[in-house]
Design a protein around this ligand. Structure first.
Ligand SMILES: NC(=O)c1ccc[n+]([C@@H]2O[C@H](COP(=O)([O-])OP(=O)(O)OC[C@H]3O[C@@H](n4cnc5c(N)ncnc54)[C@H](OP(=O)(O)O)[C@@H]3O)[C@@H](O)[C@H]2O)c1
Length: 174
């Protein structure tokens, strides 16, 4: 799941540079009761485990110990844990929720991308510019959310599904 501006900005000063309540609500609804995998910086940015989800944080720092979080030393271990947890809990998908390091590492492995395009021209220091060529990806009908009291900017949400899904074996990155 990723939100970005047309310039590809996804973050600034280790936080989201916008306030979009509608997107947070969608994020919660989609990820609830599933495993979510994130990089250590994204976890620090969120500040606490996301409730009612299996929080998996990737970090090379073995000393990182936080209650309510499973810390994995690499992405393959994180995927193995996410698969095992999902199997045991009857879930058929795992969400990669950022940041750029994780999105980039897994962009060739994922079959589905939930993309929110934030209609903002703002500076940032972290970018993600993955493209979705129509020959490879099927896009859903766009859902436009207007700027409002709750949403600092307008946005457009689309789900992209890979036309030829990857055949990932459990725990493998691709
Ligand atoms: N707009 C969005 O959709 C969205 C979503 C999430 C986050 N963000 C933003 O993205 C930014 C953070 O992204 P980021 O790329 O800087 O950081 P990140 O991906 O959240 O975390 C990077 C850290 O994860 C660990 N890591 C990454 N790859 C690893 C690997 N292959 N093996 C082991 N550990 C690995 C390392 O932790 P250690 O240094 O501890 O080893 C690394 O420093 C923030 O601004 C955040 O707000 C945006």
């Amino acid at each position: 799941m990723v939100a970005r501006t047309p310039q590809g900005v996804i973050g600034c000063d280790n936080r989201l540079p916008w306030r979009l309540r509608s997107d947070l609500k969608r994020f919660r609804a989609l990820t609830l009761h599933h495993a979510v995998i994130m990089g250590r910086k994204t976890f620090e940015s969120i500040g606490k485990p996301l409730p009612k989800r299996e929080n998996i944080v990737v970090s090379r720092a073995s000393s990182l110990g936080v209650d309510g979080v499973t810390v994995c030393p690499d992405i393959a271990t994180a995927l193995r844990h996410a698969d095992a947890w999902s199997l045991a809990n009857g879930r058929d998908r795992v969400f990669v929720i950022g940041g750029e390091a994780l999105f980039t590492a897994l962009q060739d492995a994922v079959d589905c991308v939930h993309l929110t395009e934030v209609e903002a021209d703002i500076p940032g220091d972290v970018f993600f510019r993955m493209a979705f060529p129509p020959a490879e990806w099927r896009a859903s009908v766009p859902e436009r959310v207007a700027r409002s009291e709750d949403d600092e900017f307008g946005s457009v949400y689309r789900r992209f599904d890979r036309i030829e899904p990857r055949r990932r074996t459990q725990g493998a990155a691709a």
